[in-house]
Every structure is written in structure tokens, then in C-alpha cells.
Design a protein around this ligand. Structure first.
Ligand code: UD1
Length: 323
């Protein structure tokens, strides 16, 4: 049976991919250094062969790649503001870690390498929706690391013949996303606050918009990317999103209904490195991967709120993130 390796397996997206692979009866190996991932995210993934290590640890990744058919590379230090505070750390995890893993993957004859790219590479370019052939224009260190990673993938396809696919995720949200850090995704933060009756803070006027993508769509896109014909996908980049955008103010209104919060919303200064609008054209993913969003925004958000309610009842705060 094929073995799949998931990096960042104790993070939000990594654990969600690993869970789906296990549910499909696959053999899964996971690696995480718990820098932002959480031990509690491994609950339910006991069948996974887990290695606690950094993706920059050459010996550990060599061991992790042994006998692997496909890698889902989710490990990174997420967050635009965190990368502005610590560009070197962001680069080490995101760029050096990716090169280390790519090298181990080609040495181990891994068939395919699927990479967590990011919509942040488009920056503030005015054209909407974003198509993959647009010139990237990163405006944060995080976005630079994500762009460097995808260029490295293409280089490894060209030079070593490794099959690679980059999926540019657009603001992923859903169950298991860590809501407890100020670096967390906005919907996770707002859901937790509103359920607790605390005031959320919007940075800027709230009219910034995102193509918020429910986690199930991202997991689905990854599985398609691992299986698609190499001629259609290898060395290529795909937007992974819904093709719809929603402003933060609109999202807050939906969250009010879902959480029952009727308190104030605080507005503060816009955040440095912030992109104003983000919307994906997903026609390439449709055509080459056979991708179609499975869950739309509102349903995804309601499911997310329900999950946080259940966790709160159990006395937890939510889990780890490695977006
Ligand atoms: C960016 C990327 C996303 C990537 C993520 C990794 C873009 C368009 N998106 O997300 O693909 O996965 O980095 O971390 O570049 N905000 C508030 N209040 C809060 C927190 C956030 O108003 O308490 C605002 C932010 O200023 C921003 C929006 O909400 O305008 C979304 O922020 P966040 O969830 O952190 O994601 P991005 O930085 O957009």
C-alpha cells in the first residue's frame, strides 16, 4: 500500500488532510515540530506514524520520506503579521524547510510533492479575480516565503523530474483551527470571541474581502492533486478556493446570527502587510484537477461555529494551526 507523508501534521490543515487519508484506509506518516501545531490535533490520528521533528532536520526528513509515494507539505509558520515580526524565522521554516524536504523527496524517489501555497503571493494587485498567470507581487515576508517555495517546486520538476503541484490556498477556515493566538485566522478569532461574548476587533474599515475557503474544500483539492495525471498538473500552480468573496463586515453579520452575539464591534487601524481584496479564479483547478468546491462559505461557517461550541462545552479552547 502507498504511504503518504503529511508535514505540519499537528497543524490545522495538515491534521485535516491526515484524517481524511486515514478515513480512506491509507497508510499515513506525519511530521511536526509543534512550533505552531498542537498535540491535541493528533487526537483521532493514532493510526498515523508520527515523527516529532523539524522539516529542517535532514536526518529526520530522510527517514520520513522513506517508502513514501506522495507528500503533502503543510508545515510553515503561518501568519502575515508574524512574518513581519520575524522574517528570518518565517524564511527558515518556509523556504529552507521546503528545500530540505524537496531534496529528501527526490533522493527517496517520491512520486509526487503537493505544496501548500498561498493567495498572499498576489499581493495588492487590483485585478480580480486572481488568475495563476498573473505576475506575483508579494507584500509580506510570509508571501515571499510561499512564492519562493512554489518556484523551488517548479525547479525540482525541471531539474530532477520530481512531480510537483502547488495549491494556492485562499484563507482557509474550519474546525481545528487555533483561535487563541492573535496570529490566528480572523474567523477563528471572531467565532471564539463572539461565543464568549467578547468584542472582536476589525483592523481597517471591515470592507476588505477574502475568498474564505472551508477546510473540506482544501482537503478535497489536495487529494485530487495527489491523483491527477502528471501531464495535467506537474510543475503547475492552482488556486484552491471557492470563487466568491465576502467582506469582513458581511462575515461578522453571519457570525452574529450563528453565535447569537449582539454586542459591539471595535474598529482599529489597518494591519501592516494586509491585502485589501482577495478573490480566486478557480477555472484551472476545475479543468486540470476536476475540483469543485464542496462546501460554500455560509454552511462552512455554521459548521465551524458548531464545532467551537462543542469544544467549548468540553472545556477546550480549540486546537492548533499550521496554515
Ligand atoms: C493571509 C493569506 C492566506 C494565508 C494566511 C496565513 C491573503 C489574502 N491571504 O491571510 O491565504 O493562509 O495569510 O496566515 O494574503 N483581521 C481583523 N481582526 C483580527 C484578525 C484579522 O480584522 O482579529 C483582519 C486582517 O487585518 C485581514 C483579515 O482580517 O484584513 C484576514 O486576516 P487573517 O485571517 O490573518 O488572514 P490574511 O492575512 O488575509
Amino acid at each position: 500500500m502507498n504511504t503518504y507523508l503529511v508535514t505540519g501534521a499537528a497543524g490545522f490543515i495538515g491534521r485535516s488532510i491526515a484524517a481524511e487519508l486515514l478515513a480512506r484506509g491509507k497508510r499515513v506518516r506525519g511530521i511536526d515540530n509543534f512550533s505552531t501545531g498542537k498535540q491535541e490535533n493528533l487526537v483521532g490520528l493514532e493510526a498515523m506514524d508520527f515523527i516529532e521533528a523539524d522539516v529542517n532536520d535532514a536526518a529526520a526528513v530522510t527517514q520520513a520520506c522513506r517508502g513514501v509515494d506522495c507528500i503533502f507539505h503543510e508545515a510553515a509558520i503561518p501568519s502575515v503579521p508574524r512574518s513581519i515580526e520575524d522574517p528570518i524565522g518565517s524564511n527558515f521554516a518556509g523556504v529552507s524547510g521546503t528545500v530540505q524536504l524537496l531534496t529528501a523527496a527526490k533522493d527517496a524517489n517520491v512520486r509526487r510533492f503537493v505544496y501548500a501555497g498561498s493567495s498572499s503571493v498576489y499581493g495588492n494587485t487590483p485585478t480580480m479575480p486572481k488568475t495563476e498567470d498573473m505576475t506575483p507581487s508579494p507584500i509580506s515576508p510570509y508571501a515571499v516565503t510561499k512564492l519562493a517555495g512554489e518556484v523551488y517546486l517548479q525547479c525540482f520538476t525541471q531539474v530532477y523530474g520530481l512531480e510537483t503541484v502547488t495549491l494556492r490556498y485562499f484563507n482557509v477556515f474550519g474546525p481545528n483551527q487555533d483561535p487563541t493566538s492573535h496570529y490566528s485566522g480572523v474567523l477563528a478569532i471572531f467565532t471564539l470571541k463572539m461565543l464568549a461574548g467578547e468584542t472582536p476587533t476589525i483592523y481597517g474599515d471591515g470592507e476588505q474581502s477574502r475568498d474564505f475557503t472551508f477546510i473540506q474544500n482544501v482537503v478535497y483539492g489536495n487529494l485530487l492533486a495527489s491523483e491527477a495525471q502528471a501531464e495535467k498538473v506537474s510543475g503547475k500552480v492552482f488556486n484552491l478556493a471557492t470563487g466568491h468573496r465576502i467582506s469582513l463586515n458581511q462575515a461578522v453579520e453571519i457570525l452574529r446570527t450563528a453565535t447569537g452575539y449582539n454586542g459591539e464591534i471595535r474598529y482599529a487601524a489597518e494591519r501592516g502587510g494586509d491585502v485589501k481584496h482577495s478573490l480566486a479564479d478557480i477555472s484551472q483547478a476545475r479543468e486540470c484537477l476536476g475540483y469543485e468546491p464542496q462546501v460554500q462559505f455560509r454552511e462552512g461557517l455554521e459548521r465551524t461555529v458548531d464545532w467551537y461550541k462543542t469544544i467549548a462545552k468540553r472545556g477546550g479552547s480549540g486546537a492548533g494551526s499550521a496554515q
